[in-house]
Design a protein around this ligand. Structure first.
Ligand SMILES: C[S@@+](CC[C@H](N)C(=O)[O-])C[C@H]1O[C@@H](n2cnc3c(N)ncnc32)[C@H](O)[C@@H]1O
Length: 406
């Protein structure tokens, strides 16, 4: 099961949390209640998500829970909360390494920078493949979670001469940037339109959703009029359907804006689930894309079990491409993950397998089908390439480039 695992219509109850986990969640809840009271009794959702995921020592990514499931858990995974492409199959990282090698050759660099490296699995596969290709790269990792950084350091110990961890964005960088499922983990604003139910002649108003406390100190949703800059974004992107509710990821746009300052030469390959803006804000997607993951159960309520569950939103790739153009970067490719992997060399890598070794072959090919399958990760996940000063076009987008849909 991967991070876009669908919520079931009749949702089964979430697995029970053990007493230690509940006590941990209660500590984070107390911290959130304090912040709400200090902030005029209302915390905008992006600040809630920031704390729920990243509050030092308390947030989902900042504390020691398992989070990502290792692929070796098998099909009946129970450890962790979700599984990502690098954890599913080494062929994901190996194929990405092939594309990274082309970027590095084109910009005459031997430097890779990965954001949000999770368990370090992608880094391990990319380093291994580039090593086999005779490219001894320097591999920098920027990871906001101290807990995951420790796990990465343990896994990547055999590569210690090549790997380093950064504490802040670089001032300048030339090479290949990788970020798998990082944009979707950045805190989003929840926004929408609300009409006055008493006076139907009044037009709907743009609102921002945040969290307040009821009389019993329980977390509740509360909408407030959107501030001027946010209201403008809402008006530009969403049709004014009363009751429409969705997300805007200003933090991811700002992150790409910063990339415009530090990426001097090379390309960033950003892989995540999402769509172009016209699909993201489609009238039928009236409750947005926010999703939570707890022990392989997907559900849409981020106020449950703070600190114990992952919270994520799909990516509006048009907004990401626009932010890149505003920052002076080129948008050099956009396609589905399935297309990208096929273009970038996955078939050649698979051809190294011997189909007569049936058990090993099936073990390798099954997860690859998940990476490629239209009903699995192949279509929902996209790859966006942002670049500067790259003389060559990228092979990963040679067929099926969909930039025209952004
Ligand atoms: C869903 S996990 C994906 C992990 C890994 N890339 C994978 O595919 O298995 C999201 C990762 O992004 C990290 N992250 C979130 N925001 C980040 C940021 N602004 N800079 C660097 N890492 C970030 C999280 O700590 C976590 O490691």
């Amino acid at each position: 099961m991967h991070r876009s695992s669908p919520p079931s219509a009749s949702r089964p109850p979430l697995p029970p949390a053990d007493p230690d986990a509940l006590a941990h969640s209660e500590r984070l809840s107390a911290h959130l209640r304090t912040l709400i009271r200090q902030n005029d009794d209302w915390l905008p959702f992006d600040q809630w998500m920031e704390q729920a995921l990243y509050a030092p020592g308390l947030g989902y990514y900042a504390a020691g829970s398992a989070k990502l499931s290792p692929a070796s858990s098998g099909p009946q995974v129970t450890a962790g909360d979700f599984i990502t492409a690098p954890e599913l199959s080494p062929f994901f990282g190996r194929t990405l390494a092939r594309e990274a090698a082309r970027v590095l050759t084109a910009c005459d660099s031997l430097h890779v920078l990965e954001f949000g490296a999770g368990t370090g699995r992608l880094a391990e596969d990319v380093l291994t493949e580039l090593h086999h290709m005779g490219m001894p790269v320097r591999y920098s990792i920027l990871e906001v979670s101290a807990d995951l950084r420790q796990r990465q350091q343990a896994r990547l110990a055999p590569w210690q001469d090549q790997v380093e961890w950064l504490d802040a964005l670089p001032d300048a960088f030339s090479g290949c940037v990788l970020a798998n499922e990082v944009l979707d983990a950045m805190p989003v604003k929840i926004v929408g339109w609300i009409a006055d139910s008493e006076d139907l002649s009044t037009p709907a108003q743009p609102v921002e959703y945040g969290i307040a406390l009821d009389d019993d100190d329980r977390f509740i949703w509360q909408a407030r009029p959107a501030q001027a800059t946010l209201a403008t974004r809402i008006e530009q992107r969403l049709l004014p359907y009363p009751g429409y509710r969705t997300e805007i990821n200003l933090q991811a746009e700002a992150w790409i804006g910063q990339m415009g300052r530090w990426l001097q030469r090379g390309a960033a390959l950003l892989i995540d689930y999402g769509f172009p803006q016209h699909e993201y804000y489609h009238p039928q997607r009236a409750t947005g894309t926010l999703m939570c993951h707890y022990r392989h159960h997907a559900h849409p309520d981020p106020l449950l079990l703070p600190g114990l569950q992952d919270i994520t939103a799909h990516v509006d790739f048009t907004a990401m491409a626009d932010a890149a153009l505003r920052a002076g970067l080129d948008v050099s490719g956009y396609t589905s993950q399935g297309r990208f992997l096929m273009n970038a060399g996955l078939p050649e890598l698979l051809s190294e397998l011997d189909p007569r070794e049936t058990a090993l072959y099936a073990q390798a090919v099954g997860p690859v089908q998940k990476l490629l399958g239209e009903a699995e990760m192949g279509e929902l996940f996209k790859v966006l390439a942002l670049s500067r000063g790259l003389p060559a076009s990228l092979q990963g987008f040679a067929r099926g480039d969909r930039r025209h849909t952004l």
